[in-house]
Design a protein around this ligand. Structure first.
Ligand SMILES: Nc1ncnc2c1ncn2[C@@H]1O[C@H](COP(=O)(O)OP(=O)(O)OP(=O)(O)O)[C@@H](O)[C@H]1O
Ligand SMILES: [Mg+2]
Length: 1110
């Protein structure tokens, strides 16, 4: 539910001054102070917002606040500048009414800040999108640029706007911003050349010198040091809390966003630099022969640099500072300038240069921010203009006069528009309009601006008049023309009333403005109004080779020499104020009146006299009076009824009928006097704030009662709910407890029952057991008796049956014999004597046939080593079966042998022979069976190492191997090549291949070997043969079996020799030269390893230890 709030809620003092009761200046100030002390800086006068400068940042401009005030009615929330901005924006968007926001107040009161707050609020609530955001950004960023060039630190404000500004923001039908137009009014250009004590020149000069890079400064021929420039006052060049360098960057950035080109920025900075340089040009007098003084430039360096910056010919400018040409009709008269005139000319040029630059900036910004589309726009104007300015010491000059004139005009349209609005509302609401007495300041405006005898017209007339014109002549004129005017006061006027008024000096005149009397000193009026710039200077400027300067001084164009005097400052201002007023009159005005609480720029200080002064000259009391002239307060029926319905029983809590009737019932019930209010069409109008406060007070009381009632009901409800809850809880607790108690009791009974039950059951069970045991014993006894009885019976029966069977068998045997006898006797005659033999033969034949056929299918493979043979089927075929197996094996072997080649056959024959010699005789034999007999292990014919040896052999080498020749002295072996041919055995050196011994085979008688697994063999030679001289050979070889077999074979095949004997024995004799040595083979211990060792034991014994094979 939306909470309806009102301005009247939580008010500190009164939020709307219209409700002030009693209304007096003191109560007005008291209310302002009260609110200011509570940080309520905004207060309304109807729809006008009074804004007090807090001089500190308050947390009331957050995005949340923007949301809070967005789309809320003006009086719904406490006073805020956002409420006004929202109201203006919504009526612009929804009701298509152009708006203007007029912000006034004295310097430092917060106008510029207020204008920025309004703009930022509108920017926050209006449409979004890339294009729209760009426009918003450009509009917002125009502020820093204009502030840099148009604002300065003054004694009243560190960021004082030294120009008036009016900005039209244009929106499309949806309320999205399209662009804007800025108008500027009367820049305080005198500040360029001179600043009062404690003040500074425009910010941009300081920003440029502090913030620009060294490079930029060098280009602009500037130094960073402020003291180098005459135009920059030094006493307050640095302002606390103002970072000029950072601001320079902000301004450059803002210029870029607004759309300034880089060369434009450069031109602008060049002009700023030129103004600084201009200030440094100084003059000295030079006497001429005619006795007059002529000015000369002291040091031309600055002039030179300035001319370089602006592209001006130095001599032209130099001449313009020394001479003045006056053109009248076709004549040209040139007069020299004295030093004072030269300084005047210099300053005039500086002021003009700067003020024209400022106007150009505004035009340039306008070019950037102007709306791109030509469709109809809605416009919101924001006017940030100097407020009424009164210097108490009477030092008010031409500027104050102009400013106050502007404010007078603003007051005029304020009154006009407020009254008009009021009147329109009365007509709209059907309420009778009673004429309101108020002060109309049109008469003061007339005094100033009247074309015939207005002060401005007089001033212009005086300025244009030929002859000597001074400020005094102007005052004289005023005294004669305006003396009769009731708002004009002068000591010298004919009006004798002021003749003795010493507060009014002779050189001054006083105007009774709507906001109070202001004393103006006439000094400088004529000069400032003339705003004279010598034509020579503007022509010199026009000749500059600088695009921007040329544009700024169009009147310097010699082709367009205009002899007419340029319009005066007063005239120009009047014209622009006239335009502004006409513009504002077409719009719906919204006012923000800014007030400065103290002169110290300090927060929390409320200087009453200062505020009182402002309240007076802002005409705020006048504001309130106008606003209260008819009815002080008005409110639509719905919110009114909603707010006060609790005051009447009939309207509380709900009123079903139309709101207006509800309000009528309410007012009647409250007995509010009829003259105190009127019923409009949609609003109720309350004449006196008293009545409103009466309603508010009643409402407050009623709310208290209602609060008590609500509290009462709430408390009752709370207690009852509490009680019910407790009760509910108690039931739950009791139920749980009972259950618990019953459970416990049940458990006890249950366990007792179980005990009793178990005893009973035990007793019963034991009784039953006893019975069952007795019964079982009885049954067992009965069974035993029955068994014995049945046994007896059965045995008896068995005996009887056996007897019977014996008898039956005897009968059967006797019967069979008898039958057989009878049959044989019967059938003997039918059998042939040889029938039995035939049957027998047939049976045998049949069995053999079956046997052979079976054998065919179960024959084993053709491999000779296959030991399989089918099992014998009949015992009587045992011999046949074995014979067949033998025959089959022989046949299989024959078949196998028939596949052999001759070589293979020889190999097998050799193997066979080896088997015959060694099988079961020497332990080495089994290991040799699987080794093929290779014969030539050394590949003697192919090996180049043995080529010589091979060629020495005249027979084919049957065996070549390396053997160990055992040394007869120590039993150690020496490697020798052992060659065997058909005719001899040759031993040769293994390394050299040299033949050591060659033994013809016939000289060999026998070979001795052991029965063990060693490779020792002794070649025994025929005694007496040539070979036997050295004795027998004791050799050892891995291929012993092969060597001996081959030797044996050769012996077997040779016809001329006896077969070689092979002795196999573990002890044999070897003839070594003369001695016979016994070689004995013993089984070696396993520790000796696998090698065979041979040792000479003594002269007659050589012991060979052979490792056991087990
Ligand atoms: N609403 C505000 N909240 C906080 N500070 C503020 C507010 N309004 C003004 N100020 C402070 O007061 C100073 C002066 O305000 P501002 O420049 O707006 O005055 P002004 O009325 O524009 O003066 P001038 O006529 O000299 O331009 C600001 O620089 C700021 O420090
Ligand atoms: Mg300002």
């Amino acid at each position: 539910m939306e909470v309806k709030t009102s301005l009247l809620d939580n008010m500190i003092g009164v939020g709307d001054m219209v409700l002030l009761e009693p209304l007096s200046e003191d109560s007005f100030l008291e209310n302002l102070k009260n609110r200011f002390d509570h940080s309520e800086i905004y207060t309304y006068i109807g729809s006008v917002v009074i804004s007090m400068n807090p001089y500190r940042s308050l947390p009331i401009y957050t995005p949340d606040k923007v949301e809070e005030y967005r789309n809320r009615n003006f009086y719904e929330l406490s006073p805020h500048i956002y409420a006004l901005a929202d109201e203006a924006y919504r009526s612009l968007r929804d009701q298509d009414k152009d708006q203007c926001i007029l912000i006034t107040g004295e310097s430092g009161a917060g106008k510029t800040e207020a204008s920025k707050l309004v703009m930022s609020y509108v920017a926050a609530v209006c449409g979004k999108g890339q294009e729209v955001n760009k426009v918003k950004e450009q509009l917002l960023q125009s502020n820093p640029v204009l502030e840099a060039f148009g604002n300065a630190k003054t004694v009243r404000n560190d960021n004082s706007s030294r120009f008036g500004k009016y900005m039209d923001i244009e929106f499309d039908f949806k309320g999205d911003p399209l662009g804007g137009v800025i108008s500027n009014y009367l820049l305080e250009k005198s500040r360029v050349v001179k600043q009062p004590r404690g003040e500074r020149n425009f910010h941009v000069f300081y920003q440029l010198l502090s913030g620009a890079s060294d490079d930029t400064l060098k280009k602009l021929k500037l130094y960073r040091d402020f003291s180098k420039y005459n135009y920059l006052s030094l006493d307050s060049a640095v302002v606390n809390g103002l970072d000029d360098a950072a601001n320079f960057r902000t301004v450059r950035n803002a210029m870029q966003i607004v759309g300034f080109m880089e060369d434009e920025v450069q031109s602008v900075l060049e002009l700023v630099a030129a103004v600084l340089k201009l200030g440094n040009i100084e003059f000295k007098p030079e006497s001429r022969c005619n006795g007059t003084d002529e000015s000369r430039i002291k040091d031309k360096n600055d002039l030179k640099e300035m001319c370089e910056l602006l592209g001006i010919e130095q001599s032209v400018l130099e001449r313009a500072f020394s001479y003045r040409t006056v053109e009248a009709k076709m004549e040209k008269v040139s007069t020299t300038l004295n030093v004072a005139q030269a300084y005047y000319a210099r300053d005039a040029l500086a002021k003009n240069l700067y003020s024209r630059l400022f106007s150009w900036l505004v035009t340039r910004i306008n070019e950037s921010i102007k709306a791109q589309t030509k469709t109809r726009h809605k416009v919101m104007g924001v006017l940030d203009i100097y407020g009424f300015e009164i210097f108490e010491d009477g030092d008010n000059s031409f500027e104050q006069f102009i400013i106050n004139y502007c404010n007078e005009k603003l007051q005029q349209i304020f009154i006009e528009l407020t009254l008009r609005e009021e009147q329109e509302e009365y007509v709209r609401e059907g309420i009778e309009w009673t004429n309101i007495e108020y002060f109309n300041n049109a008469i003061i405006c007339d005094l100033i601006e009247n074309n015939q005898n207005g002060i401005l017209a007089m001033l212009d007339e005086e300025c244009l008049r030929p002859g000597t014109v001074t400020d005094e002549t102007f005052l004289d004129k005023l005294n004669t023309v305006c003396a009769e005017h009731q708002h004009f006061e002068s000591r010298l006027s004919k009006n004798s009333k002021f003749l003795n008024d010493h507060s009014l000096p002779h050189s001054c005149f006083r105007i009774q403005h709507y906001a109070g009397k202001v004393l103006y000193r006439v000094e400088g009026f004529v000069d400032k109004n003339n705003d004279l710039l010598y034509r020579d200077l503007s022509q010199a400027m026009y000749k500059a080779n600088h695009s921007l300067i040329k544009q700024l001084f169009p009147e310097g164009n010699p082709a367009k020499v205009n002899l007419k005097r340029p319009p005066t400052a007063g005239f120009q201002f009047k014209a622009s104020v006239g335009t502004l007023m006409r513009n504002l009159q077409t719009k719906n005005p919204n006012y923000i009146r800014c007030i400065k609480p103290n002169d110290k720029k300090a927060s929390h200080i409320f200087t009453e006299s200062l505020v009182r002064h402002q309240v007076r000259y802002l005409g705020l009391m006048e504001n309130v009076r106008v606003r209260r002239a008819g009815y002080a307060f008005r409110q639509a029926y719905e919110p009114c009824l909603e707010r006060y319905k609790m005051l009447c029983k009939r309207t509380w809590p709900h009123w079903r009928g139309p709101a207006r009737e509800g309000v009528e019932v309410l007012m009647a019930d409250l007995q509010v006097p009829a003259e105190e209010f009127s019923y409009g069409r949609s609003k109720i109008f309350i004449r006196n704030p008293r009545t409103l406060f009466f309603l508010e007070e009643r409402r407050r009381q009623c709310l208290q009662d209602l609060a008590t009632l609500i509290q009462k009901i709430y408390r009752g409800w709370k207690c009852r709910s509490q009680f019910l809850l407790l009760k509910q809880s108690q039931i739950v607790v009791a139920a749980w407890y009972r259950r618990y108690a019953q459970q416990k009791k049940y458990q006890r009974i249950k366990s007792a029952t179980t005990v009793v039950q178990s005893y009973t059951r035990g007793w019963q069970a034991r009784k039953l057991l006893r019975e069952l045991k007795y019964q079982k014993r009885c049954e067992e006894a009965a069974t035993t008796i029955a068994a014995y009885w049945h046994g007896t019976q059965a045995r008896r029966e068995l005996r009887r049956l056996k007897e019977e069977a014996r008898r039956k068998h005897a009968v059967a045997v006797i019967w069979a014999y008898w039958q057989g006898l009878k049959v044989r006797r019967e059938y003997r005659k039918y059998f042939r004597a040889n029938a039995g033999k035939k049957i027998y033969d047939f049976t045998i034949q049949r069995i053999l046939q079956k046997y052979f056929l079976g054998l065919k299918s179960t024959m084993p493979s053709m491999s000779p080593i296959d030991k399989n043979w089918p099992a014998r089927p009949y015992l009587f075929l045992d011999g046949t079966h074995t014979e067949l197996r033998r025959i089959f094996h022989l046949w299989r072997c024959k078949k196998y042998r028939s596949q052999f080649t001759e070589e293979k056959k020889a190999v097998y024959e050799e193997k066979l022979e080896a088997s015959e010699i060694f099988k079961d005789k020497k332990a080495l034999y089994p290991s040799s069976v699987s080794q093929p007999f290779k014969g030539d292990y050394l590949e003697i014919s192919k090996n180049p190492k043995y080529q010589k040896l091979s060629s020495a052999m005249d027979e084919k080498v049957l065996l070549a191997d390396v053997v160990n020749k055992i040394n007869r002295a120590n039993g150690k072996g020496t490697a020798r090549i052992f060659l065997l041919t058909k005719k001899s055995v040759v031993l040769a050196d293994q390394k050299t291949g040299q033949v050591k011994a060659s033994v013809p085979l016939p000289d060999l008688t026998s070979v001795s070997v052991s029965t063990q697994s060693d490779g020792f063999f002794a070649l025994k030679l025929k005694e007496g043969s040539a070979s036997a001289v050295k004795g027998d050979f004791l050799l050892s070889s891995e291929h012993l079996i092969e060597i001996i077999t081959k030797l044996h074979r050769i012996g077997a095949t040779a016809a001329d020799r006896e077969q070689l004997n092979v002795d196999i024995s573990d002890e044999f004799l070897v003839q070594f030269k003369q001695d016979k040595v016994c070689v004995k083979f013993i089984q070696g211990a396993p520790k000796n390893g696998n090698s065979v060792s041979c040792k000479r034991k003594n002269n007659r014994l050589l012991e060979v230890s052979v490792p056991s094979t087990a």
